[in-house]
Design a protein around this ligand. Structure first.
Ligand code: NAP
Length: 280
């Protein structure tokens, strides 16, 4: 039986990769950092900032493939976990001959180009985007046969993702803020993304591949889709354009073109309305 190691198996994405891989006949092992996944399974504590621990665990488990999702989006561990951690995973995978699928992000772009194909060059404007761009660079230099999957806002019912949580909190008055009407992304359902990552783990695609949803939506329109899916009052969602004083800090328009993935992969990469089964 093929063995898959998922780093960050306790996270929103990692928790959804595990069951799909199991359904497809993989023996699944996963890592967590602070919270073991709340499901029976082979879970190992790992801090990806620890180069030796990464190598030791991969030697111990000897997976056929690794799906690397673990990262930190902010805070003092951001660079070491997100950029250096990816390099350590790539180094171990390369030395041990293990197939690597690295999860990257549309946050590597500045949002001024609007349609990004696989040839688009990173130009990050946030610390998170810079760490993810560095991670990509490290993975492609150290383990050039890896697949680097660039994805977008990941929407999940279980566990609830932060974007959905914000919409629920905005409609219930538990949170304040605005959903921008001119900030575009290609949100993807977590199981569509997870299915694509498992398919990439089983294949031999090397290089960058965009894996995002089929439909570009503004953050406000995405909020309305989520509100409809949860039968909430979308009229309660506060809408506004990105204010001029925030324009340099907000990544406005990042539409990821996933034409290549749709031609290579069997997994459907649906638009988020289709994924939720709601219509505008
Ligand atoms: N969420 C999105 O909208 C989105 C969009 C584009 C790309 N992505 C990419 O998708 C991937 C997964 O995102 P997600 O939404 O699943 O994130 P998440 O829910 O925050 O999960 C992050 C995972 O990383 C683990 N982790 C954190 N620090 C670690 C460390 N030092 N060592 C080892 N593991 C560590 C966490 O473990 P514990 O929970 O156990 O602490 C958790 O399992 C990331 O690579 C992200 O860049 C996400």
């Amino acid at each position: 039986m093929r063995r898959l190691l998922i780093t960050g198996a306790s996270g929103t994405l990692g928790r959804n990769v595990a069951p799909i891989a199991q359904q497809q006949g993989w023996e699944v092992c996963g890592t967590y950092y602070t919270n073991p996944p709340p499901l029976p399974g082979q879970w190992y504590r790992l801090d990806v900032r620890d180069c030796q621990a990464v190598m030791a665990l991969m030697c111990q488990i000897q997976p056929d493939a690794v799906v690397h999702t673990a990262y930190q989006p902010r805070g003092p561990e951001l660079w070491a976990a997100t950029a250096e951690g990816a390099a350590y995973v790539a180094q171990a995978a390369q030395e041990l001959g293990i197939r690597l699928v690295h999860v990257s992000s549309d946050a590597i772009f500045d949002g001024t180009n609007n349609l990004y194909t696989e040839t688009a060059k990173p130009n990050p404007v946030t610390p998170y985007g810079a760490a993810k761009a560095a991670a990509e660079l490290a993975v492609s230099a150290i383990a050039p046969r890896s697949a680097i999957a660039r994805t977008s806002l990941t929407i999940s019912r279980e566990p609830l993702d932060p974007h959905t949580r914000l919409v629920l909190d905005l409609t219930s008055g538990q949170s304040s803020g605005q959903l921008f009407t001119n900030q575009y992304r290609c949100p993807i359902g977590v199981d569509d993304l997870a299915g694509a990552l498992v398919e990439l783990a089983a294949g031999d695609f090397a290089g960058i591949i965009n894996v995002a949803g089929a439909e570009a939506l503004s953050r406000y329109d995405l909020g309305c889709v989520i509100a409809r899916a949860y039968q909430l009052d979308a009229a309660k969602l506060p809408a506004a354009p990105i204010p001029p004083h925030a324009a340099s800090k907000v990544v406005a328009d990042v539409r990821i073109d996933s034409t290549l993935a749709r031609s290579l992969l069997k997994t459907r990469l649906r638009g988020i309305e289709d994924w939720f089964g709601v219509k505008r």
